[in-house]
Design a binder for this molecule. Structure first.
Ligand SMILES: *Cc1c(COP(=O)(O)O)cnc(C)c1O
Length: 435
């Protein structure tokens, strides 16, 4: 496996220690579905505030689940066969606020922090009305606090947008190769952006040390945040409700496959944790990473988790999929995913761009490169030996036509038109015609 990763060849890894359920403790405390329900109840209580201050319909931060049968047909000529089953796109690329999956973790984490500050100042009006966190007493308090975050781009953008809107000062640490438009957006919001020469893990380290010991400062630790994790996990309940509405059953005759683009692993692990608890053996979860930044696959397959970086294999972390450009996974995410993932695979940047164009043509949906990683998942299962063997072993071939596939689209609508047009053009011009 390590030689395949080193050679930057695409691969799929099947998890030999997949569990029927996930046992997870953090800081000496067991994390369970009760925590996910509590997180959901909290965010539901914030609905009046969210609808008024973030223009969310019904105060709900939710994204559509859209069938992608045209894309499904389009892929046939590229993979040399069809993908059986019912295939959907989970449209977090269109999430309000920041146009990426990071809106989920970001809004939950910052509102929890806002609630904590309100409590510590004996302000009891936090949940009272739409004005709650926006009351003058609270915004004055928030303006004296700084939120620090390290980001490859989208987390910073989310925290910047949400944090500034609540009234916090925001400081974002990014690597120098962060996308220009993300840096510019953040600066325009009034966030302080500090760029570092090293990679993402380096930015996290420097962000953490910059925040440590400073008064009135909260570091949002993408490598170890239970709040981010729980914010993401709520999406599992959302998907469950959407499948019910669509009357797509999930049981042994109707398996559910979910493909999650993975960077440090926070978003996929939160979502996977909830989905495993809800659907057990009938959900099959896979992470998707670029060939140039396969930190989760590497950490899990070597069982070294966060203790190994892709740079140890000489892999450079350079990818168009900036949301996934992470060299080292998070411990909390690795701990979760080592139990609940069916497998992990990698995909080349060239294929991400080609699929970006195909998605644009087939469905009229525009995604950022990272968000395409989940779209090659079904082909990895049906048309790669190790994937196919997984289907065979778990008796999933017999029920292939009744299966539901969900590819998580993690970002897109915030990408400026000129950048999007350029990526579409590059995907169109690509000569890659077999996947
Ligand atoms: C952050 C991000 C991911 C992955 O989330 P992690 O928590 O880093 O694993 C996927 N896609 C996009 C577009 C992202 O911004």
């Amino acid at each position: 496996m390590e030689n395949t990763l080193k050679a930057l060849n695409e691969t799929i890894w099947i998890n030999p220690s997949l569990k029927k359920s996930c046992s997870l403790s953090h800081d000496g405390r067991l994390l369970t579905m009760a925590d996910v329900f509590e997180a959901k109840a909290f965010i539901d209580k914030m609905a009046p505030y969210l609808s008024e201050h973030f223009s969310l319909a019904d105060g709900m931060l939710a994204s559509p689940l859209t069938p992608i049968s045209s894309f499904q047909r389009t892929l046939i000529t590229f993979i040399g066969g069809r993908i059986p089953g019912h295939w959907y796109l989970k449209g977090d690329h269109a999430l309000p606020i920041s146009g990426s999956i990071k809106a989920r973790g970001g809004i939950y984490t910052l509102l929890r922090y806002a609630e904590k500050l309100a409590k510590s100042h004996q302000m009891t009006n936090f949940f009272e009305s739409a004005a709650g966190p926006a009351s003058p007493e609270l915004t004055t308090i928030y303006s004296q606090h700084t939120v620090v975050v390290s980001s490859t781009g989208n987390l910073g953008l989310s925290i910047g947008l949400i944090g500034k809107s609540i009234g916090f000062n925001v400081e974002v640490h990014m690597s120098v190769d962060a996308k220009d438009w993300k840096v510019e957006r953040l600066k325009a919001l009034g966030a302080q952006v500090i760029q570092h020469a090293g990679d993402y893990s380096e930015s996290v380290k420097l962000g953490r040390s910059s925040a440590s010991g400073r008064p009135n400062t909260y570091f949002i630790d993408d490598e170890d945040s239970v709040d981010l994790f729980l914010g993401y996990s709520i999406a599992g309940l959302e998907l469950q409700a959407q499948l019910e509405t669509l009357e797509r059953p999930v049981d042994s005759d109707h398996p559910l496959f979910v493909y999650l683009p993975c960077g440090v692993g926070g978003a996929p692990s939160g979502i996977a944790f909830a989905l495993k608890a809800i659907f057990g053996e009938n959900v099959h979860l896979f992470t998707a990473e670029p060939t140039h930044a396969p930190c989760m696959l590497l950490g899990l397959s070597t069982e070294r988790w966060h203790n190994i970086s892709v740079s140890e294999l000489g892999i450079d972390g350079q990818t168009l999929a900036d949301g996934l450009a992470v060299g080292r996974s998070s411990e909390l995410a690795s701990k979760t995913l080592s139990q609940v993932l069916s497998g992990a695979y990698t995909v080349s940047d060239e294929k991400l761009l080609r699929m970006l164009y195909l998605m644009h043509e087939a469905e009229g949906i525009d995604l950022e490169p990272s968000a395409l990683a989940g779209l090659i998942g079904p082909a990895k299962l049906y048309y790669e030996t190790d994937g196919f063997n997984y289907l065979k072993t778990h008796k999933l071939l017999e029920v292939a036509e009744q299966a539901t596939h969900v590819s998580w689209a993690t970002g897109g609508i915030m990408v400026p038109d000129n950048v999007m047009a350029q990526d579409i053009k590059r995907g169109q011009d690509s000569s890659l015609n077999t996947f």
